[in-house]
Design a protein around this ligand. Structure first.
Ligand code: PHE
Length: 507
């Protein structure tokens, strides 16, 4: 791109940041401080100048350590190894049981002894323990680490692994973005046009009296447009592609809200109360507020839960034979699975049109209170589907699953029996991830148990599933770590440039 064209699309913010970088590299938070710009202006301008090739941005992880609750206690009382050292020093020799009676946590004592032995401070002879007093200063220094962490003065060179592992200190490292100017950036700054004071924002006044005024240009040439224009994120493209697939299979889309009640997320699906069933998904509970719950269905759910039902010799259920407590049903949560939406549609549509077959799907967010790792996200898109018709069996379910994954282009799948409180049988869908070199779970499915459908007066079968969208996309992209698709550390060029034709070509 020609220099002049670049200069013409730079606004005042961009220019001031570029000038600041001329002297030295700067972290984005430093730029915020010295320019009084807000964070998003700095980040936006940074991204823009990055795509114009004027600056480079590098993420630099900075470790930052803090004391845990335990660490705070030890800051006052001394590290266990320090206390044990002094205790032995004062008593010359001691036994293990004396140490374990010092009133500290057993695991901590064991860990401290481990440290003392490893570093050659603790000597043992026939069950008698003594210490090498020449090592005193080493222990004092170690104890001082806590104070340094407390004061935020800790150096990364210090060996902290042991203290981290024992939960005495915690790493809350963060990534800072370092901006540096490129040779092109330096060249642009020196251009005489760079310092021209152009009008950045149009006002009523300068539109009226535009003659003789100099305005900043808007990106109107294709070269600039293609480097600056927004593009659809790969996840958005993928989800609309999946929508097309579901629609081509004859499904209609369902919609509902992120905030859900315990009733629709758990109760209607016969998740047992006060039972680990409810921990299958780590739920995000919300404070305050209560949802309205349909009274008639609540009563039916309670009856089936407590007593089951008997319809004929072949159709009966004994229920859980426990009391169902209705007081939590209205509690608000972030929905943990989009199956809650499925049950809303069972209530709103299917139970009111029992004669009509129905096929519904949704692609929507669910929320889990989990720790993020290479295959887990806290917010994930689920592809939910259900089919209501006469005489459906697990064979139909398998047929739909195979057809769907076939259309997506994931052929190597396998099904494994699993457990859901609300389906029987239940099948987990697994696919092989070449990157992780293992089978990963892609989704879960089943035939809804009669207990979940009788409260709505439904006697036919419903087959249903929930697939994780990000894992599927990850697999399609040949990536191993799901975090590469989300959050601050994703590769922006990948998200911009991944050629959708390539990913969807097999389809
Ligand atoms: N709700 C299940 C999950 O979140 C998926 C599922 C949907 C299973 C419908 C069976 C039937 O994993």
């Amino acid at each position: 791109m020609e220099d002049k064209n670049i200069i013409r699309v730079l606004n005042k913010v961009d220019k001031s940041i570029l000038l600041l970088l001329e002297g030295s590299d700067k972290f984005s938070d430093e730029i915020e401080l010295s320019t009084a710009l807000d964070r998003s202006s700095v980040i936006n301008s940074g991204r823009k100048m990055l795509s114009l090739g004027l600056i480079k941005i590098e993420g630099i992880e900075e470790a930052q350590f803090i004391l845990t609750k335990n660490g705070e206690v030890y800051l006052k009382e001394g590290l266990p190894e320090y206390r044990i050292f002094n205790f032995i020093k004062n008593n010359v020799t001691v036994t293990y049981s004396q140490l374990y009676n010092m009133g500290m946590d057993k695991n901590e004592i064991t860990a401290a002894i481990g440290y003392l032995k490893k570093s050659g401070v603790l000597l043992e002879e026939k069950g008698k323990l003594s210490v090498d007093t020449k090592m005193e200063s080493r222990l004092e220094n170690r104890n001082k680490i806590l104070y340094a962490v407390y004061k935020g003065l800790i150096k990364e060179t210090e060996d902290l692994t042991d203290l981290l592992r024992r939960g005495i200190i915690e790493n809350i490292s963060k990534v800072r973005e370092k901006f540096s100017i490129t040779p092109l950036g330096n060249k642009i700054i020196k251009d005489s046009e760079f310092n021209e004071d152009l009008i950045d924002k149009l006002s009523k006044d300068n539109i009226k009296n535009w003659e003789g005024l100099k305005f900043r240009e808007y990106a109107d040439n294709p070269e600039i447009l293609s480097s600056l224009s927004g593009k659809l994120n790969i996840k958005t493209k993928f989800s609309s592609f999946i929508k097309d697939v579901m629609i081509s299979m004859g499904f209609k889309e369902m919609h509902s809200n992120y905030v859900e009640s315990v009733f629709w997320n758990f109760d209607v699906m016969m998740f047992r109360q006060d039972h680990p069933d409810r921990d299958i998904q780590d739920t995000v509970y919300l404070n305050g507020g209560k949802a309205n719950v349909p009274k008639d269905i609540l009563t039916n759910v309670k009856n089936v839960y407590e007593k089951g039902f008997k319809e004929s010799k072949y159709s009966e259920s004994i229920g859980y034979r426990r009391k169902f407590d209705i007081s939590n049903s209205g509690t608000l949560i972030m929905r943990g699975h989009t199956t809650a939406t499925t049950f809303r549609y069972i209530h709103d549509i299917i139970s009111k049109n029992k004669e009509k077959p129905a096929k519904f799907f949704s692609i929507d967010k669910s929320f889990r209170n989990e720790t993020m790792d290479s295959t887990h996200l806290l917010e994930l898109y689920q592809i939910e589907g259900m089919v209501y018709d006469d005489n459906l069996t697990v064979a139909d379910l398998i047929g739909y699953i195979k057809q769907f994954y076939g259309k997506i282009g994931i052929e190597k799948i396998r099904l494994k029996p699993t457990y859901n409180p609300y389906t029987e049988p239940s099948l987990e869908i697994q696919a092989f991830s070449p990157k992780l070199n293992r089978w990963i779970e892609l989704g879960n499915s089943g035939v809804f148990r009669p207990e979940t459908l009788r409260p709505f007066g439904i006697k036919k079968n419903i087959v249903a599933w929930g697939f994780g969208m990000e894992r599927m996309l990850n697999l399609k992209l040949g990536m191993g770590d799901i975090r590469d698709l989300y959050g601050a550390y994703t590769d922006i060029d990948l998200l911009r440039d991944t050629d959708s034709a390539k990913i969807f070509s097999e389809i």
